[in-house]
Each structure stands twice: as structure tokens, then as C-alpha cells.
Design a protein around this ligand. Structure first.
Ligand code: GUN
Ligand code: ZN
Length: 433
């Protein structure tokens, strides 16, 4: 966090509500705007000349002429131990987990490796404009400590948790129902609500957790109602078949989690592709969140997320990269692939809705909108500065946008990635120096 006053000047764009429901009036756009940041928070936002006139003399002024300044992006589902798994060839979910992911994740028994990867991971998120993420760590508690410590050093708002797995994985990667409970509880005591950090109880998926372990996770959720829950659901057809075999007597995959007490407004279920109607209804009734992970779903050949079906049923939706099943850390790239997935289901996704989702929408999905997700006085100063003309091809494309913001935003999603990120501010401090 920077303790000096700072003014960040450019084209300020922030959403005030979901444009899907509220229409195009759900945003604030200032062509020559500025944000006054003090002690990591947004003090004021408005027309640049007004902000400059009223700011302290000693304030640093960062000028981004022509660039868009938006709230930092939020990634609702990502795995930090998978930075060296991305782009592993030729497998669908269960083979990919066993052949690549579980092999790689064993390296996290080495604390030095955890620190190195946590540092790389956070720097890469910031380089892509992501300032908050909901993160799976490894089964080893030191992987969680390393991650939270790295996030704390950077002043970042992060949610993370120890992966609980007590079966169907190499021995080096498994705990037990009791150990998973004890280690998670100790980590919760250490990291819950600590500064900008929050804990997520993290049973990986129903295949790698016994009934006893899922119940232990449910007991933790009961004991610590302010903690989040994250897991995977209905990603792949072979996975779903195996869950049905492992939990005879349950009518659906989600029912396995429901019986363990794992549904609720702070629960985020990754993927949610092959859902039965009863599962959609249970997600909606419990106010649980479905995380749409388009690059992962395409890469692992998992299937097409049906956003319209979930929306119509009242299910809360988030957007996520799911690195390393996902193939990009960039939320711009993720939204672009999301658009294409929805196209295959004949669904549309205007740029305003996608940018809302990457910012305020995901903040609401993670119940963090009192802190982040929009640019307004009192909120934490996590910001991304985007250059829609970052590459020759983008600059060339923007020549025909003719000043139409929606045209610019859509092309920015389709063509943009880390190259479009000029700067990222985390609690008011620039991450690129
Ligand atoms: N299901 C359980 N673990 C994982 C994971 O690491 N990635 C993806 N895509 N799906 C999972
Ligand atoms: Zn995942």
C-alpha cells in the first residue's frame, strides 16, 4: 500500500449494476476522469480538472491519456500450483489430473518451491490486470502459508484454501478426513479475515474426498460461516459417472455436496456444465455461485456452459480462468473465449456485461462488493489501466470504432490480453515500476 496521495488520470469506466438487468445506464464513464487515492483507498473520483484542483499539492499524478481505467479484474477460480501445468497436451479431465496435475502438485511439499511459485503466480495475475482471485492451493499447509504470505506482502485482496483430498490421488498428495479438518482449521485460524485475506474451505472434488472428508468440510463451513467454500462440479461426463458410482444412493453430483452441508451464498462451484434441472434449482435456492471457466472447458473438451439457463433459473454466476486447466491468466482472453462458448449455444454476451462480470459482477459473486469491484469513494484502490490500441492490430482495428465505447470494449475483449494492460494498481500502489 502506498501512503502518498496519488491521482490516476484517464478514461474512467466503472459499473454500478448489472447491465443485463439495468441496461446501459448501469455504468459511469468519464472521458477525462481522475481518481484520488489515499492510503490504499479511493478518496474521490470525478472530472480530472476537479480532482486535480482539490488534491493535495504533493500528490503524485499518473497520466494515462487515451487509456481506460477500470476496477482490477477478479478471477473466481484458479489453481496456483498449476503454473507449470498450463498447456499440457491431449487429455480430458481425469487423465489430465492424474498424468499432469497430480505429478506437478507433488513439488509443493518443498516450501521453497511454494514461495517461488506463489511469487510468480501473483506477479503474473497483476501483469494481466487481475487484482483479486479465489485460489486453490495444495494439500500441504505450507503451500497455503506461502501463498497468503506472498499476497499479504503485496497488499492484495485474495481468497485461498488448502485443497482437501483423502483418496484417488498419489499418497504424497492426500491427507485424511481428520487431517484435512485439523489442517484447514489451523489455517483458518491463521489467515481468516486477516487484512485483505479470506479463507476458502477447499474439498477438491467429490472423487478425491471421501464422504467423511466432505462432512468434515461441511463441519468447518458450519463452524466458520464467514469462510468461503470452493470445489468442482459437473465438469466432465466421466467424472460425473464416477461420482455416481462412489456415492450410490445420491440422485446427483450436487446432492453429494448438499448432504455434506457445502452449499450456500459463499460457495463457489467450478464449471457447472452438465447440470440436471434439480441441480440448477438447488444452486439457485442455496444462492451458491457457478463459476464459468471457458478456456478450461474448451481446452479439456469438457463442454459448453449454459449461462442463459442458469441466469433464467436465478443462479449466481462468476467468470474464472481455472489456470492451469484454463490456458490464460488474462480475464480479457477468458471473456473472449466465454463469448465464443456462448455463441455455440446461440447466446449473446455484450462487452458491457462481460466487463461488469470481470469487475463488479465477480465482486458480488464473491460477496466482496463492499470492498472492491467498482471505482467509488471508500473502496479499495485496485485498478487496471487498459490500452485498447496496445498492438498494431488493435490500433488498426480501433480506427473504425469511431468513438463508440461499446465497439471499443468488445474489440478490446476479443483482441486484448496482458499486452493491453498498461498498469495495475494494488491497494493504490502500481505493480509495474
Ligand atoms: N477438478 C478437480 N481438480 C481440478 C483441477 O485442478 N482443474 C480442473 N479443471 N478441474 C478439476
Ligand atoms: Zn479448477
Amino acid at each position: 500500500m502506498s501512503d502518498r496521495s496519488r491521482i490516476i488520470r484517464g478514461r474512467v469506466l466503472t459499473f454500478t449494476d448489472d447491465p443485463f438487468e439495468a441496461g446501459s445506464s448501469a455504468r459511469i464513464y468519464l472521458e477525462d476522469g481522475a481518481i484520488l487515492v489515499e492510503n490504499g483507498r479511493i478518496e474521490r473520483v470525478g472530472e480530472a480538472l476537479d480532482i486535480l484542483a482539490g488534491a493535495p499539492q504533493a500528490a503524485i499524478v499518473d497520466e494515462y491519456s487515451g487509456c481506460l481505467i477500470m476496477p482490477g479484474f477478479i478471477d473466481a477460480h484458479i489453481h496456483y500450483p498449476q503454473t507449470q501445468v498450463i498447456g499440457s497436451y491431449g487429455a480430458q479431465l481425469l487423465d489430465w489430473l492424474h498424468n499432469y496435475t497430480f505429478v506437478e502438485e507433488q513439488k509443493f511439499s518443498d516450501p521453497a518451491h511454494c514461495v517461488r511459485i506463489a511469487d510468480f503466480f501473483l506477479d503474473e495475475l497483476f501483469r494481466c490486470g487481475t487484482t483479486t482471485a479465489m485460489v486453490y492451493c495444495r494439500v500441504h499447509p505450507q503451500s497455503v502459508d506461502a501463498f497468503f504470505a506472498a499476497a499479504e506482502r503485496r497488499g492484495a485482496r485474495m481468497i485461498a484454501g488448502k485443497t482437501m483430498m483423502d483418496r484417488d490421488a498419489p499418497e504424497a498428495l492426500t491427507d485424511s478426513a481428520q487431517r484435512g479438518y485439523d489442517e484447514s482449521k489451523a489455517l483458518i485460524a491463521r489467515w481468516r479475515r486477516r487484512g485483505r485475506l479470506d479463507y476458502a474451505i477447499t474439498p477438491r472434488l467429490a472423487i478425491t474426498s471421501s464422504k467423511a472428508q466432505l462432512e468434515a468440510a461441511g463441519a468447518l463451513a458450519d463452524e466458520f460461516p464467514e469462510a468461503y467454500v470452493q470445489t468442482h462440479l459437473d465438469e466432465n461426463r466421466d467424472e460425473i459417472e464416477l461420482v455416481a458410482k462412489l456415492f450410490p444412493g445420491t440422485q446427483s453430483y450436487l446432492e453429494v455436496y448438499e448432504r455434506a452441508g457445502l452449499l450456500g451464498p459463499r460457495s463457489v462451484f467450478g464449471h457447472c456444465i452438465h447440470l440436471a434441472d434439480s441441480e440448477v434449482a438447488a444452486l439457485a435456492a442455496s444462492r451458491s455461485v457457478a463459476a464459468f471457466c471457458p478456456t478450461s472447458n474448451l481446452f479439456l473438451g469438457s463442454g459448453l456452459f449454459d449461462q442463459a439457463r442458469l441466469r433464467n433459473a436465478g443462479v449466481r454466476v462468476a467468470l474464472a480462468t481455472d489456470v492451469g486447466g484454463g490456458t490464460s491468466y488474462s480475464m480479457l482472453r477468458t471473456a473472449a473465449e466465454g463469448y465464443k462458448v456462448l455463441q455455440l449455444n446461440r447466446q449473446s454476451w455484450p462487452a458491457a456485461q462481460a466487463f461488469y462480470r470481470m469487475t463488479l459482477g465477480n465482486a458480488r459473486a464473491l460477496t466482496l462488493d463492499q470492498h472492491i469491484g467498482s471505482i467509488e469513494a471508500g473502496k479499495e484502490a485496485d485498478l487496471v489501466v487498459l490500452d485498447s490500441r496496445a498492438t498494431p492490430a488493435m490500433a488498426h482495428r480501433m480506427e473504425t470504432a469511431n468513438g463508440d465505447l461499446d465497439v471499443e470494449l468488445f474489440a478490446l475483449i476479443m483482441m486484448g490480453d496482458d499486452r493491453a494492460v498498461r498498469q495495475t494498481y494494488v491497494a493504490g500502489a502500481p505493480s509495474k515500476t
